[in-house]
Design a protein around this ligand. Sequence first.
Ligand SMILES: Nc1ncnc2c1ncn2[C@@H]1O[C@H](COP(=O)(O)OP(=O)(O)OP(=O)(O)O)[C@@H](O)[C@H]1O
Ligand SMILES: [Mg+2]
Length: 283
Amino acid sequence: MSAADTTGEVRTTGGTATAGAAATAGATAAPALRAEGLRRTFGAFVAVDDVAITLRPGRVTALIGPNGAGKSTVINLLAGTLIPTAGQVRIADVRVEGLRAEEVALRGLARTFQTPKLYEGMTVLDMVMLARDRFGRASFLEIALSLPRTRRDRQASRAAAMAHLERVGLGHQADRLATSLPVGSQRLVDVARALASEPDVLLLDEPAAGLDHTETHELTDLIRAIAGEGLAVLLVEHDMRMVMSVADDVVVLDRGRLLAGGTPEEVAANPAVIEAYLGTVAA
Ligand SMILES: Nc1ncnc2c1ncn2[C@@H]1O[C@H](COP(=O)(O)OP(=O)(O)OP(=O)(O)O)[C@@H](O)[C@H]1O
Ligand SMILES: [Mg+2]
C-alpha cells in the first residue's frame, strides 16, 4: 500500500463483536474529519510532511510511530493547537485549519494531551465540569447573580461530569485534587473532560501511558464503546497489543511522513513498519 493510501478508511473486520457493526457501517460513512497535505515546520525542521488522515464515525484509527515521529504534532494540527504550515483540515466537510483550538472544539472535536493540562487547586470533578460550560443556558448576568437557571445549569453539568468520570472509572476520585492523582489517572481525567464536551471527533494522545494492565484493558473497552456510539476516534498509542485489539485502521508515521497504513494485521506484517517502529520497540 502506498503512502497516499494511508488514511484511516480501509475496510476491516477489526474490533469487538459489539462495536464491529458500527465500525463496518462507519467504513462507508462520510468522514467526520479529513486532513490532507498536512505539513508543519519548526524553523528549518520539518516535523510533519504531507500527512493525510481520514477519520470516520464509528471507527478507531490508531496513529503509531517511533518517538519523535510527529504524532502529537499531528494531533495539535488537527485540533487547532498548532497552525499547519501547509495543508487542509476539514471537520464534517468544513475547513478548520487556521481556527483557534476553542473554535475547532466548538465544531465537535475534543482531544486529550500527552501531558494532561490540569489546573492546580481544582478537583477532578471541577476539571471535567469545565468542559460542560458551553452547554450552560444562563446569561452572564444570571451567573453573576446566581439565579435559578445558573444553579440548574450547574446541577446538570455536575451530573453529566460525574457520569463521564464513572465511565473512565474515576467516580470515586471526583473530590480529589486533580493534580494529586497518579499521571495515568490524570490522563483518564483528561479523557473524561474530552468526552464531557460530547464531541463527534475524539483525539487521544497516549491515553494508556501510565496505566496498569487492568486499567489498559478497561480503557480499550471504553474506546471501543465510544466508537460504537458513532464517534470518530484517533488513538496515538505505543502499546501494540492495545492497538491490535482496538483499532479498525492503523496509520504509521515515521520522521514526519506516512510510512504505511491499513488494517492492524497488514501494518504489523509490513517489513518497513517492523524495521522503523516495531524493531525499535523490540530493541
Ligand atoms: N514546538 C516545537 N518546537 C520545535 N520542535 C518541535 C516542537 N514540537 C515538536 N517538535 C519536534 O517535532 C518532532 C515531532 O514531535 P512530536 O512530539 O510530534 O513527536 P511524537 O511522535 O508525538 O513523539 P512521542 O512518541 O515521543 O510522543 C520532534 O522532533 C520534536 O522535537
Ligand atoms: Mg507525542
